[in-house]
Write a protein that binds this ligand. Structure first.
Ligand code: SF4
Length: 225
């Protein structure tokens, strides 16, 4: 829990929450401990989170929920219901692997802003995430979000040798017309896969070049840590 997050939800002040566990195994994932070692970690209960948030809603707009993959958590729907009851805005990050849950959350109006991580273009998706998934599930989630009219953004992470110009262009072509693309910086030293820790990160100039490449496909692009 971060009691103040000023960057995740555009234009909003939020409390930031991180939910452990993910079904994917992206080699560049910077959250290995959240994926592999979360069972002994100290947890915060839903009641404690709500108690912490409630007095802050006077100056906070809401909650930004990150992962891992938050949609795997069995308590998520009840938690979001409580957040909405408290009058909180909710931004939710997801890897788009659970379209039925995405639809449910939209139907119930439990989420105000989706941030969808695209670890790879669809043609390379399973190879990158190291997890057996029907790519139709990803397509379905993305279609549901884009057609819903709900505020959203997509996120990508350029990684040398894996997600470079061709992959970013394929993603940009597929998502063309989306409101916002966030380009996340790859931090080799914190990669889940040891082999990726010895890679060099893209320089600022290289990232800017990649941003210029995909910018025409989106209303807005930003580079972020
Ligand atoms: S989807 Fe995100 S949290 Fe999950 S393994 Fe990939 S980078 Fe890590």
């Amino acid at each position: 829990m971060r009691k103040l997050n000023t960057i995740d939800y555009p234009g909003k002040l939020c409390m930031g929450l991180t939910i452990a566990g993910c079904n994917y195994r992206c080699p560049f994932c910077p959250h290995a401990e959240l994926i592999h070692d979360y069972i002994p970690m100290e947890k915060t209960s839903m009641d404690d989170l709500v108690q912490t948030l409630r007095p802050r809603l006077g100056f906070l707009d809401g909650v930004s929920i990150d992962g891992g993959e938050p949609l795997l958590h069995r308590g998520l729907v009840d938690f979001l219901k409580e957040l909405k009851f408290q009058g909180s805005l909710v931004k939710l990050k997801t890897n788009a692997s659970r379209p039925n849950l995405v639809r449910l959350l939209i139907d119930k109006r439990f989420v105000d802003y989706f941030s969808v991580f695209m670890p790879a273009p669809l043609s390379k998706y399973k190879e990158v995430i190291n997890y057996r998934i029907d790519v139709k599930e990803i397509i379905s989630s993305i279609q549901i979000i884009r057609k819903s009219g709900i505020s959203h953004e997509f996120r990508v992470k350029p990684v040398p040798g894996l997600i470079e110009e061709p992959e970013l262009l394929e993603i940009a072509n597929y998502l063309a017309g989306a409101p916002r693309l966030v380009i996340e910086r790859f931090k080799p030293e914190s990669s889940m896969d040891e082999e990726y820790r010895s890679l060099s990160a893209f320089s600022e100039a290289e990232l800017k070049g990649l941003q210029d490449l995909v910018a025409p496909y989106f209303n807005e692009t930003v580079i972020r840590s």
